[in-house]
Design a binder for this molecule. Structure first.
Ligand code: SAH
Ligand code: ZN
Ligand code: ZN
Ligand code: ZN
Ligand code: ZN
Length: 465
């Protein structure tokens, strides 16, 4: 059912107050750093307990195996441990800098095809002098220019079961996004965690003279620095807004946003789904603020300024995070378009045999402008003023096209809203649920006090009259 599982261990649970467990407090000004930049502050509460204990943990890795940084907020850290930590952080930076990788690339493309090797184990382009060191490793040879232009095909997608798996857009969806972006008149794309979209833009720009869209990729996957210059890629952590390349990389991003007074820029992001929506939202707000600063450059810009507008954005995320995203970005709305991936484990097979993706586009652009492909069954609802999926029926009572998952939803008069087709109204629970649900049982306990056995509507800690 739904995608609740997808968020397990990171999504709804940890950020929910009062339910016992883990809550994100955010970026603290004096946060210690791990190799992934400033750590995030969390609070751990036991059920029913008033105040929990606060601690810092890595912002990027939810799996302790990837980064085991941990520190209680009130912990006294000795000078020796601080020094050791600094050294550890230094030693855990990539072996080549971005600058070095750019140089290496220049040399690599000068090689004849027969000498162009890519080490699959180290995920690295190899220069002949380095072959020796990788002699035990599997490698690909005859790396063509076409392959260099599509690194997302060459690199093995990162597979981290917990949260950092890389899910690459299917060709269909990537092309749709790019067509949409160009049809809307955008000229620059800030690609945050969308290497495949970036790559499609870059290779089109190098092949078609009249294609004027440019892209800057911000991603934590440093392997991409082997293929892009410092003006095309910044090593960036979207959970703490950290630029690994320091002020210079920050400036690259700023410059990119400032071109043409910040006109015709859109940010597109497809973050890992493991939760921490709040951390993502806070970083995205900082990127938006960076864009907004273009207005302050002078009187002229002030006059034509962005009229209090937000930087246009596509945030690609599963539909069941809708309320969380809207909490932080009330101006956003969710589009019905189903974003498809090449390697996604979370598909369900629909009746049509087509894989049903739970992933949608959230945007602050006017919904009616987001034209969805009619060939795929999307149609325009004149009342809602947006394109909806073929199964999404306009409900007269809700006065909106209410389906979230593409299936036709049904209206429940008792709940006074539309619900999934597989749900029935349960008089015990006083809401709609799956027929075989267990009454009054919610995994996380009461939303208000966190205790099991009742729901928030009957919580004893609230006074009922
Ligand atoms: N669908 C996209 C890829 C999305 S997968 C495409 O095809 O282009 C999520 C992306 O976010 C990956 O590229 C991954 O490297 C990146 N990512 C994961 N954690 C990140 C973090 N903390 N900061 C920045 N990027 C991150
Ligand atoms: Zn190797
Ligand atoms: Zn409608
Ligand atoms: Zn309805
Ligand atoms: Zn109901």
């Amino acid at each position: 059912e739904g995608g609740g599982n997808m968020a397990a261990g990171g999504g709804g649970g940890p950020e929910r107050p009062g339910s016992g467990g883990l809550a994100l407090l955010g970026l603290a000004p004096s946060a210690p750093s791990c190799p992934h930049g400033p750590a995030l502050l969390f609070v751990k509460t036991s059920q029913g307990e008033e105040e929990g204990r606060r601690f810092y943990a890595c912002s990027a890795c939810r799996d302790r195996k990837d980064c085991n940084f941990f520190q209680w907020e009130d912990e006294k850290v000795s000078e020796t441990r601080l020094a050791a930590r600094e050294e550890y952080n230094r030693n855990h930076q990539p072996s080549f800098t971005h600058r070095q990788n750019v140089e290496r690339y220049k040399n690599f493309v000068l090689l004849p095809l027969s000498k162009r090797r890519f080490c699959q184990e180290c995920q690295q382009l190899l220069l002949p002098a380095e072959w020796e060191k990788h002699s035990e490793h599997q490698f690909l040879s005859d790396i063509s220019t076409a392959q260099l232009k599509s690194p997302s095909q060459l690199l093995r997608p990162l597979e981290n079961k917990k949260t950092n798996a890389q899910y690459l857009f299917a060709e269909r969806s990537c092309q749709f996004l790019l067509d949409l972006i160009t049809d809307l008149g955008f000229r620059r794309v800030l690609s945050v965690g969308t290497p495949r979209l970036h790559e499609m833009i870059q290779s089109k720009a190098s092949q078609e003279e009249d294609f004027r869209v440019r892209s800057l990729l911000l991603d934590i996957d440093f392997r991409y620095s082997q293929f892009y210059t410092e003006d095309e890629f910044c090593h960036y952590n979207m959970f703490n807004h950290h630029f690994f390349g320091g002020e210079a990389a920050h400036e690259t991003c700023r410059k990119f946003l400032y071109q043409d007074n910040g006109e015709r820029v859109i940010m597109v992001t497809d973050p890992p789904f493991g939760g921490l929506v709040e951390a993502l939202a806070s970083s995205f707000k900082k990127l938006m603020a960076m864009w907004k600063e273009t207005e302050k450059e002078g009187l002229y810009y002030n006059q034509i300024g962005h009229n209090n507008q937000e930087m246009p954005m596509f945030w690609i995320f599963p539909y069941f995070f809708e309320s969380r995203i809207l909490e932080f970005f009330p101006s956003f709305s969710m589009m019905d378009y189903q974003v498809d991936y090449d390697n996604h484990a979370l598909y369900k097979h629909g009746k049509t045999g087509r894989r049903q993706s739970p992933v949608r586009i959230f945007t602050n652009l006017t919904p009616s402008k987001i034209v969805l492909p009619v060939e795929e069954g999307y149609r325009f609802c004149a009342i809602c003023q947006r394109y909806v999926s073929s199964g999404n029926q306009h409900c007269e009572i809700c006065n909106s096209c209410t389906s979230k998952d593409g299936r036709r939803w049904k209206h429940c008069v008792l709940c006074n809203k539309c619900v999934k087709p597989s749900w029935f109204h349960c008089n015990n629970c006083n809401c709609c649920a799956l027929q075989n649900h267990t009454c009054e049982k919610t995994g996380a306990g009461c939303f208000v006090c966190g205790k099991a056995g009742h729901k928030r509507s009957t919580c004893p800690s609230l006074s009922h009259t």
